[in-house]
Ligand binder design. Structure first.
Ligand SMILES: O=C(O)CCC(=O)C(=O)O
Length: 295
């Protein structure tokens, strides 16, 4: 994996980097853990910081109201029937996002487990790790039960958790599934995160680092719906072609950028499925964090 090459590629498109305020980084960030390592972040350089300097009013950082207004004006995709997506393309600054990438890529104990799909065992097509608060019900997916690591082992993850919770008012998370896609052959197939331990309307916040990847959403096919007929006719075609051809509101796509935050909420997990498909032309690493609340 050539990280420097990926960084160069993203840099061309990135806005000018801002200087980190290292003194601020050393203060308590609200997580109860003082940030004193080189990996500490100053979120003022991201979208939150921009708002802060423009408005000189920090109260929204606590209440989330102004950011929430911005969400309501610009960044929401209403999927209908109480499902919605909120997308912040530059939640973290370019620089902070690369600090996160480097930390996650080297410090997380990644594994590539064997899972069961349609009754067959296979190696999961991406690396994974699971972090969760103590005493939560166990997560099991595709016959695999990841052993949770403690948040306190990874102070940077606690910082990211707090930043996401502050940005989306009223949100709270106690578990985190991490995925690492080492190239375009790594992917996650169509699924929804509708495990009962998340309740009926989970809010899932997804942070992306490294190379851009497509993220597709499509309406969950019902037994006799026209979308299932489409599925049958075209199941050998690449997912992207299908999405482009059927130009309706039953599917959406996002390019998940380095430093971006995407939030799925409402009934999205009940009514929609999502995927990050293979990409032949991608040869760089992407890391994704999905924060979830186990009830
Ligand atoms: O990598 C992503 O953006 C999606 C990950 C995902 O769908 C999942 O962890 O359930």
């Amino acid at each position: 994996m050539n990280i420097e090459r990926i960084k160069g590629r993203v840099n061309k498109m990135a806005p000018k980097m801002e200087t980190l305020n290292t003194e601020e980084n050393k203060s308590d960030n609200g997580s109860g853990i003082a940030s004193t390592t080189d990996n500490s972040l100053n979120f003022k350089n991201g979208i939150i910081g921009k708002q802060q300097s423009e408005n000189e009013d920090r109260s929204f950082l606590l209440k989330g109201t102004k950011l929430e207004t911005e969400i309501n004006n610009n960044r929401i995709t209403d999927l209908g029937n109480g499902s919605e997506i909120v997308y912040f393309p530059r939640f973290l600054s370019y620089d902070d996002a690369w600090r996160c990438f480097d930390y996650l890529n080297t410090q997380i104990p990644w594994t590539r487990p064997t899972i069961r799909v349609f009754g067959r065992s296979c190696v999961q097509p991406r690396d994974t790790c699971y972090v969760a608060s103590e005493g939560l019900p166990k997560l099991v997916y595709s016959g695999y039960q990841p052993q949770p690591y403690s948040w306190h082992r990874f102070p940077l993850l606690l910082q990211l958790l707090r930043a996401v919770e502050e940005a989306i008012s009223g949100s709270r998370y106690n578990s985190l599934l991490l995925n690492r896609y080492s190239g375009g052959n790594d992917y996650v197939g169509w699924h929804s995160d509708d495990e009962s331990l998340y309740g009926p309307t989970p809010q899932i916040a997804s942070l992306s680092f490294g190379c851009d990847r497509d993220f597709f959403l499509k309406k969950r096919p019902s037994k006799s719906s026209p979308s299932q007929v489409l599925e049958k006719k075209s199941k050998d075609e690449p997912v992207s072609k299908r999405l482009k051809r059927s130009n309706n509101t039953d599917q959406h796509s996002f390019t998940l950028k380095h430093g971006s935050l995407l939030v799925m909420r409402g009934f999205t997990q009940r009514d929609w499925i999502h995927s990050v498909p293979k990409r032949a032309k991608v040869d760089a690493v992407r890391i994704n964090l999905t924060f979830r609340l186990v009830l």
